[in-house]
Ligand binder design. Structure first.
Ligand code: FAD
Ligand code: DHB
Length: 394
């Protein structure tokens, strides 16, 4: 099989890229290791930056999002036994985030792609990328127990942090992997319980961070800071609700508990592959970088990469010039490091570091205190939380 751009991975990055390339008249094929049900059932992000929503709208992929997505103009920060509303829109000239679950977005993009007739092969696990420094790379993959090859002009590595594309790029010895681990993880659960608030609740408690989110009027999504290496089974339902109560409740605002339907532990880490390109291979999304989820940035950052990449491919196809593709990595890395900085700062601010002494706890409290006032610190935080300016696709 042959195509122009071989896309590895049908997560949000690979699927949006396929949509943008089709609109730019650039052929592509998407190879995805999981089944369609496996991809559509993967619980992840809930929050999209305004720029990500605009990118989806610009390429006709926001039909259902515009109906079911819920605009969030702020969130509530809880610490020291008090609740403080953080007004994002009021501090950014009206910018807001949208709550729309990642797996619903993935369903929308898959449906569009199948309707567009862009080849999307599920159950196709990429095993090797060859000839990346020549003009005709080959993607080798396994499907139905047989080996196959896809010849292309470029490879877009959108297969996440543990995928074949990042591995292949690092194996060339031309890139560096920057990595920061944290001594804590998130226990994420879905609860059949009406959300206890209309906006996200984020708690910076001495017992640890907690986050209360929502999926529908009857389904809540909750996260608890737990030690790295925690097993989900160590957390029976009663213990989860007791800990959420201890960290999140403030006077007169109890949580509405309910049965927990799934639980998963997510390690927290920051990673950047630098540069994000080698020869004919370009990485995007989690394949290139991972941010700790506290600031809700990974998916929007992935979209920002693929908008830039698609612009580069469109320019190359129209003008025969690879100039934009050559600048792709430098262009993306600027934003990647700014987002990496913010996600790291928000993570260390809101999580309780194991072994922190009273001095460190007081430093954290004083920073939180600045954030909830009418300060430049709050304006800077709001600008980052709402999302740095993005390119809108063509
Ligand atoms: P992925 O979603 O990882 O997709 C990669 C795809 O490639 C997968 O479908 C995988 O099966 C496939 N693949 C892997 N290996 C191969 C192979 N060898 N061959 C073929 N296919 C392969 N971000 C936000 O913006 N907002 C949030 O609110 C938010 N919340 C989060 C909460 C949690 C708990 C977590 C863990 C993350 C959160 N994120 C959030 C981050 C966001 O989910 C990721 O950044 C996003 O999934 C990245 O998309 P991607 O397409 O780059 O990678
Ligand atoms: C959700 C996930 C996040 O990482 C976050 O920071 C806020 C909300 C969610 O799943 O709703």
């Amino acid at each position: 099989m042959r195509t122009t751009v071989g896309i590895v991975g049908a997560g949000p990055a690979g699927l949006l890229l396929a949509r943008l390339l089709r609109r730019a008249g650039v052929d592509c094929v998407v190879l995805e290791a999981r089944s369609r049900a496996g991809v559509e059932g993967r619980q992840r992000a809930g929050v999209l930056e305004q720029g990500a929503v605009e990118a989806l709208r610009a390429c006709g992929a926001a039909g259902r999002l515009d109906v079911d997505g819920v605009l969030h103009e702020g969130f509530e920060l809880r610490f020291g036994g008090r609740a403080h509303r953080f007004d994002v829109a009021g501090r950014t000239g009206g910018r807001a985030t949208t709550l729309y679950p990642q797996h619903e977005l993935v369903k929308d993009l898959i449906a569009l792609q199948l309707a567009d007739g862009v080849p999307l092969l599920f159950g196709a696990r990429v095993t090797a990328l060859e000839g990346l420094d020549g003009g005709r790379p080959v993607i080798r993959y396994l499907r139905d127990g047989a080996e196959h090859a896809l010849e292309c002009a470029y490879v877009a590595g959108c297969d996440g942090a543990d995928g074949a594309a990042r591995r292949a790029l690092l194996a060339t010895g031309t890139a560096r992997l920057h990595r920061r681990g944290y001594p804590y993880a998130w226990l994420g659960v879905s609860a059949e319980a009406p959300p206890s608030a209309d906006e996200l609740l984020l708690a910076a408690h001495d017992r640890g961070f907690a986050l209360h989110g929502m999926r529908s009027p009857t389904l809540s999504r909750l996260y608890l800071q737990v030690p790295a290496g925690t097993e989900p089974d160590d957390w029976p339902e009663d213990r989860i609700w007791a800990e959420l109560e201890a960290r999140l409740t403030v006077a007169d605002r109890p949580l509405s508990p309910g049965p927990i339907s799934d639980r998963c532990v997510f390690p927290l880490r920051g990673e950047v592959v630098e540069p994000m390109r080698y020869g004919r291979l370009l990485l995007a999304g989690d394949a290139a970088h991972v941010v700790p989820p506290t600031a809700a940035k990974g998916l929007s950052l992935a979209f920002s990469d693929v908008v830039t990449m698609a612009r580069g491919f469109a320019h190359w196809r129209r003008n025969g010039s690879a100039a934009l593709l050559d600048r792709y990595s430098d262009h993306c890395l600027r934003r990647v490091w700014q987002v990496q900085y913010f996600a790291h700062a928000m993570t260390t601010l809101l999580h309780a570091a194991p072994g922190a002494d009273a001095y460190e706890r007081r430093l954290r409290a004083s920073r939180l205190d600045r954030l909830v006032g009418p300060t430049a610190a709050a304006a800077e935080f709001a600008e980052n939380y709402a999302g740095l300016p993005t390119e809108v696709p063509f």
